[in-house]
Design a protein around this ligand. Structure first.
Ligand SMILES: *[C@@H]1O[C@H](CO)[C@@H](O)[C@H](O)[C@H]1NC(C)=O
Ligand SMILES: *[C@@H]1O[C@H](CO)[C@@H](O)[C@H](O)[C@H]1NC(C)=O
Length: 413
């Protein structure tokens, strides 16, 4: 091998090593990847549905699609297993095991497979006696389960909270977080703790504690590919933004649940609404879809670099809903300054909430929305330059039926 090539490869190797060593930094922007639940649920029937059952094969195929179709390059680097991966009982040492038929090589093999390809593996458990689908839960086994996940080299744990009295969750989630930390491995911790307290009891979750313990946390019901449910979820985060946003910072995120984009039950415009609002909210971008057969128009939404950049903005300040009525929402998110002048950019989103026969026109005076200088506005889904505006100008946009216009505003000097 010639010397130049050899030294170039060495530099690349060292660089890769440094990047890998700095893994924890990837926690500081919202996690991106893929999660099995919404699309594949608890399909354990590999004898008649081998291609879609929860199995080693499914996660390997998604990993290949993530790489080949550009998702990994765009930042989606996690493949996460949800419920229904386990044997129905713990083994003689009280340890969890993956279902021997569906995961014949075990979870460590699957995490090695992911790591060799630059991906990370996530796994699922429940903090009660059983998971939501009735598999062995971690209650009474928190320490051994944390150790098992660390031995398997998993990078993320989604801890659900079914069937456990909500008042016990404060202690249990903190204990499991402690045991995860004690493994010495960097494992991203996703909690459903505030969700079960908010919706299954009258307890107001201690979000300060939650955000110190967990990297991401659910507060609303499971999302489904349905416009009404998507809108309800968005409204929940808008209605309670003053409470929720306070605890979001780099490394700790509100999780409004999976991206449904790619599921044909959600139209292309509806899908853009989810992608755009998840970007504004600084939400985790965990797709649940079939990457092996996704239509190109959906794939394009998921791979939109500009929208992903809004989501991943380093400041980690979630946006706010700044206008809301039955017809429209307007959302605004402050983004990092792009230039040395140190003036922030903004993401500015207009949602048409209703089914309308034609796009609805909306005009806003920019000085009503924090714009006190001249800005240039670009549409992030069409890449079209809207133009330059001064604070006293009216900005008019026309928003598709059940759709969004997501703009980026950059200051002009
Ligand atoms: C465990 O917690 C300590 C204290 O918060 C922290 O400094 C350390 O980085 C954590 N370790 C891991 C592996 O997360
Ligand atoms: C919502 O607000 C917009 C903009 O002010 C207005 O044009 C529209 O009529 C309002 N819709 C309803 C249902 O109040």
């Amino acid at each position: 091998m010639d010397l130049f090539l050899l030294s170039t490869l060495t530099v690349i190797l060292i660089l890769n090593y440094c990047l890998a060593d700095d893994d924890h930094k990837s926690w500081f922007t919202p996690p991106m990847g893929w999660l099995s639940w919404e699309h594949f649920q608890c399909n354990t029937d590999c004898s008649s549905d081998a291609n879609n059952c929860i199995s080693e094969n499914l996660f390997k195929q998604m990993a290949e699609a993530m790489i080949v179709d550009g998702y990994l390059e765009a930042g989606y680097n996690r493949i996460n297993i949800d419920d229904c991966w386990m044997e129905k009982h713990r083994d003689g040492n009280n340890a969890l095991n993956a279902d021997k038929n569906r995961f014949p090589n075990g979870i460590k093999h699957l995490s090695d497979f992911m790591h060799q390809r630059g991906l990370k593996l996530g796994i699922y458990e429940g903090i009660g006696k059983k998971t939501c689908m009735g598999f062995p839960g971690s209650f009474g086994h928190l320490e051994i389960d944390a150790k098992t996940f660390a031995e398997w080299d998993v990078d993320m744990v989604k801890m659900d909270g079914c069937l456990q009295p909500p008042y016990t969750l404060d202690i249990l989630y903190k204990q499991f977080g402690h045991f995860l930390n004690a493994t010495g491995k960097s494992i991203l911790y996703s909690c459903s703790w505030p969700y079960y307290q908010l919706h299954y009891s009258k307890i107001i979750p201690d979000f300060a504690e939650v955000s110190q313990t967990c990297n991401l946390w659910r507060t609303y019901h499971d999302i489904k590919p349905d416009w009404g449910i998507l809108l309800e979820t968005i409204d929940f985060y808008g209605d309670f933004q003053e409470v929720f946003n306070r605890y979001v910072r780099p490394g700790t995120w509100n999780d409004p649940d999976m991206l449904l984009i790619g599921n044909p039950k959600l139209s292309v415009e509806e899908s853009k609404v989810q992608m755009g609002i998840w970007a504004i909210l600084a939400a985790p971008l965990l797709m649940s879809n079939d990457l092996r057969s996704i239509k190109p128009e959906y794939r394009k939404i998921l791979l939109n670099k500009e929208v992903i950049a809004v989501n991943q903005d380093k400041l980690g300040i979630p946006g706010k809903r700044v206008f809301h009525n039955e017809s429209f929402d307007i959302w605004l998110r402050e983004l990092s300054p792009e230039t040395r002048m140190n003036l922030p950019s903004f993401a500015f989103a207009f949602v048409n909430r209703r089914q309308t026969s034609k796009p609805q026109k909306l005009s806003v005076k920019l000085s009503d929305f924090k714009f006190d200088k001249n800005y240039i506005f670009i549409d992030l889904f069409s890449n079209a330059v809207i133009g330059e505006f001064s604070p006293s100008d009216l900005l008019s946009v026309s928003v598709p039926s059940k759709g969004i216009r997501l703009l980026k505003a950059s200051p002009i000097y």
